[in-house]
Design a protein around this ligand. Structure first.
Ligand code: SF4
Length: 329
């Protein structure tokens, strides 16, 4: 970039789609509905979605976030987050006589079902994902004896299977598409008979947000991704932006985390947000940029999204009465 002058054109490229996916929208509405219907407290195991602002807003409305089921008082209502849980968590909840609402995204449930089916057929399952991520812990719990975690191509050399003719790979829903295919390539070299999942495990929302950021990446001097540090798909967007040619890219939860120094010599700023990010936070970033002369906003559209999921069916029941009956038993 040349030196910034008064005439340097300043523009914003705004990715579409960005922000909320159908699974996050459903999970957040599920917490709100549960609070409306059953009153506070409603306990939520883990952050309902990986976004600071969303969690704080729901806390103000009466949701109580806990790390473990054991922290929830007997006879309460507990919701499981969009990332999914292993069967042992359902068992723990039953033991504690909790009424449960499962806000697991249906696209995560789909991967759980694939894991169960391949385990039943006695396959070794190579689960590509990030060690320690909640979704991976939940999926692995469906068939711990059959699942080996592969956290990137560098893990491939150490992977061992019982029978190389009965191996399948599955993945976390929020990975980088390109990096995952690299890992799959390395696995296929080692296990030529490796089979692929019956349909994409990396979800439509993750894929579309990556395609959009790729399209803007080469033209952007700076890409700002709105999202939390523990949000896998948001962190991936920063990596994809840099991989697509952006000079610089940063993840911020809020506009006030943007460093003025990032704008030095910058004429084009790309803006996007992760799948767990409410639009109000993107509006904040656009307002911040506009105050600094980046008023011209151009949409970079990569896909149309029209998917929605129906709310968890448990919300149709009287869970307070059910929890009370469980305790009386
Ligand atoms: S990112 Fe994908 S898998 Fe995760 S909640 Fe959204 S739609 Fe579901």
């Amino acid at each position: 970039m040349g030196r910034m002058t008064a005439t340097t054109p300043r523009r914003v490229l705004l990715a579409a789609p960005r922000g909320y996916c159908a699974g996050v929208d459903r999970a957040v509405i599920a917490v709100e509905k549960a609070l409306e219907q059953y009153g506070s407290p409603v306990y939520v195991r883990h952050e309902i979605v990986h976004n600071k602002y969303v969690v704080q807003t729901l806390e103000k409305k009466g949701a109580i976030f806990v790390e473990e089921t054991a922290e929830v008082p007997e006879g309460s209502i507990v919701m499981f987050s969009a990332h999914g849980v292993s069967p042992t968590v359902h068992e723990e909840a039953a033991e504690r006589k909790l009424a449960t609402i499962d806000a697991t995204c249906p696209l995560v449930t789909k991967v759980h079902k694939e894991a169960v089916r391949f385990a039943q057929d006695d396959f070794d399952i190579l689960l590509i994902g990030h060690e320690g991520h909640e979704e991976v812990i939940g999926t692995s719990g469906e068939a711990p004896e059959h699942i080996t975690l592969v956290d990137g191509p560098e893990d491939v050399a150490a992977v061992e299977v019982r029978d190389p003719s009965k191996v399948v790979w599955l993945s976390q829903t929020t990975l980088s598409v390109d990096e995952t295919m690299e890992t799959v390539g390395a696995l296929k070299e080692k296990f030529p008979l490796l089979i692929s999942p019956p349909s994409d495990d990396i979800c439509y929302a993750t894929q579309n947000r990556q395609i959009a950021v790729k399209q803007m990446g080469a033209d952007a001097d700076l890409v700002i991704v709105v999202g939390s540090k523990n949000s896998s798909n948001s962190v991936r967007l920063v990596e994809v932006a840099l991989g697509a040619g952006a000079n610089d890219a940063h993840l911020v939860d809020f506009a006030d985390e943007i460093d003025e120094a990032w704008l030095e010599g910058v004429s084009t700023v790309g803006v996007t947000s992760g799948a767990s990010v409410p639009e109000v936070l993107v509006d904040g970033v656009l307002a911040w940029l506009s105050e600094r002369g980046f008023e011209d906003v151009e949409i970079v559209k990569a896909a149309e999204e029209s998917i929605t999921f129906s709310l968890p069916k448990e919300l149709r029941r009287d869970l307070r009465a059910e929890a009370a009956a469980l305790v009386e038993k």
